[in-house]
Write a protein that binds this ligand. Structure first.
Ligand code: ADP
Ligand code: NI
Length: 220
């Protein structure tokens, strides 16, 4: 198989695996991460093929779609072993996906430029208008309310346990994670793309509070 055929097969595999997930890991998220990763890879002179395959498969191993993290990683490894012959490439892609899947719990930094590129592309999809949409949809799916004026948006104690969806709100997640991502970008082109999306989230929050306050003022 040549590189194009392997990419086509990876697209098909990712589509089958992700299906119509509505918690933020649907096929269109993967497709955006794949295209953004290729764009950053070109700008940063990274290996576009490695970035494309790693991006296409980055959510297939996700815990939410598998019995365990290990089972998910095993599934990705089996697919790679069946489609690539270069052990170095297989190891490189697995390392990227493993590092990404452990990122929730204070994961290790990315060891290679290609890993940094794919991680940046994934983070970019959590920012801007798409990022705002995803945080709201995800919160709805997990039972996290949109906002509660009784809960401080920047509550420090909630930031430590933000994976406990029974606490906090969707608005808390901007301060727990989303507004921090700009400064965590690995590549300079990724950071440049993050800046516009970050600014858009800041103005979204400003307008959100303004409308919330207008709607909370009692005339009678
Ligand atoms: P990814 O797999 O893309 O790195 P996650 O699984 O951490 O991302 O999150 C997927 C989407 O769900 C993101 O857009 C994120 O904003 C949202 N999300 C993740 N955790 C929370 C949370 N605790 N509260 C609200 N939204 C969340
Ligand atoms: Ni992702």
């Amino acid at each position: 198989m040549n590189d194009t055929q392997i990419i086509t097969a990876a697209e098909k595999f990712a589509k089958e695996q992700l299906g119509r997930d509505t918690t933020g890991h649907d096929w269109f998220h993967t497709d955006r991460v794949r295209n953004t990763a290729a764009l950053i890879a070109e700008m940063e002179q990274a290996d576009v093929f490695i970035c494309t395959i790693a991006a296409l498969l980055h959510d297939v191993a996700d815990e939410k779609l598998n019995p365990s993290k290990e089972a998910g990683l095993h599934k990705v490894h089996s697919w790679l072993a069946g489609h690539l012959s270069d052990e170095g490439q297989i190891g490189h892609i697995m390392q990227i996906i493993e590092t990404m899947s452990f990122s929730g719990g204070g994961g290790k930094p990315m060891a290679t430029l290609e890993g940094q590129v794919v991680q940046d592309a994934d983070r970019l999809d959590a920012l801007g208008a798409i990022g705002i949409t995803r945080v709201m949809v995800f919160s709805g799916a997990k039972g996290r309310p949109v906002y509660d004026p009784e809960i401080a948006p920047r509550d420090e104690s909630l930031q430590k346990e933000y994976r406990d969806y029974s606490k906090g709100t969707a608005v808390n997640h901007f301060y727990e994670k989303l507004l921090k991502l700009k400064d965590l970008m690995n590549t300079s082109y990724g950071r440049k793309l993050a800046e516009e999306r970050h600014a858009f989230m800041e103005s979204f929050l400003e307008q959100f509070y303004k409308e919330w306050n207008q709607g909370s003022r009692k005339l009678l």
